[in-house]
Design a protein around this ligand. Structure first.
Ligand SMILES: Nc1ncnc2c1ncn2[C@@H]1O[C@H](COP(=O)(O)OP(=O)(O)O)[C@@H](O)[C@H]1O
Ligand SMILES: [Mg+2]
Length: 236
């Protein structure tokens, strides 16, 4: 079975799309062929974060609508990293989407699905297509509560392999919640911690960022851990 990983949280703004971009890049640099799929209908962002070809015409809605085949809709970011953009509007059947992803993902080592906010639309598409999930939470009460509810919904959809990424983890003096607090509140096993990092904000503003920034190094460690390599969870 090829790996299809949904990156989820019902809460917007916790870093799902940034993490998809970072993990896609890190995994492809480690030799994996990676497909990123944006499922945030209307609010897609991975194309902008990855500086994808702006002249691209098709998205995965066109594959489902039989306007084009998959190869026409794939945008190649580099030789090992490809992107399927989300449509800008429309409602889609989750099982048809799941079948499409199951077909296309066979050509890649790892497929990563970027869910939008909420527990409908893009989230339903993601859980129909994925066999693993990364639940994203920042270390604040609202985001932890969203992660707890999201993780339960993911489990309800039959996905057993769930891991937690704590994002935007603050420096020690600004910390109100420890890593242990976040694990306890979300009830998901930890795979990594990404620090607060101003470089990531730059990526959201169309600026190429430093590949050695603290968050990029954390994406790299999480990519290694996804590939079952023995690396530390985080640098204290
Ligand atoms: N580790 C980080 N450090 C600082 N800012 C971050 C980090 N991760 C994400 N952000 C910022 O948080 C905002 C929301 O991120 P985004 O990835 O779009 O979240 P989501 O996809 O969950 O809505 C963006 O402005 C992004 O630059
Ligand atoms: Mg997003």
């Amino acid at each position: 079975m090829t790996r299809v990983i949904a990156v989820v949280s019902a809460k917007g703004g916790v870093g799902k799309s940034s993490i998809c971009r970072g993990l896609g890049k890190a995994l492809s640099e480690k030799g994996q062929s990676v497909l990123l799929v944006d499922t945030d209908i209307a609010l897609r962002s991975l194309d902008a974060l990855l500086f994808a070809d702006e002249t691209a015409v098709f998205d995965w809605g066109d594959i489902l609508g039989k306007n084009c085949n998959a190869s026409k809709a794939l945008i190649h970011i580099n030789s090992r990293l490809s992107l399927l953009r989300a449509p800008l509007h429309g409602q889609f059947d989750a099982s048809l989407f799941g079948n499409m992803i199951s077909d296309i993902s066979k050509s890649f080592d790892i497929t990563i699905l970027d869910a939008g906010a909420g527990l409908e639309g893009g989230f339903n598409l993601c859980v129909a297509a994925a066999n693993e999930a990364l639940v994203i939470s920042t270390a604040d009460d609202i985001s932890m509560r969203a992660a707890l509810i999201t993780a339960q919904k993911v489990r309800d959809n039959g996905i057993k392999n769930l891991r937690l990424i704590i994002n935007r983890y603050p420096k020690r003096r600004l910390r109100r919640r420890s890593v242990d607090n976040v694990i306890d509140a979300t009830k998901v096993r930890l795979i990594g911690v990404v620090p607060e990092d101003k470089e990531i904000l730059l990526a959201h503003n169309g600026i190429h960022i430093n590949g050695n920034s603290p968050a990029e190094l954390a994406y790299n460690r999480i990519a290694d851990r996804l590939l079952c390599k023995d690396v530390r969870l985080y640098i204290k």
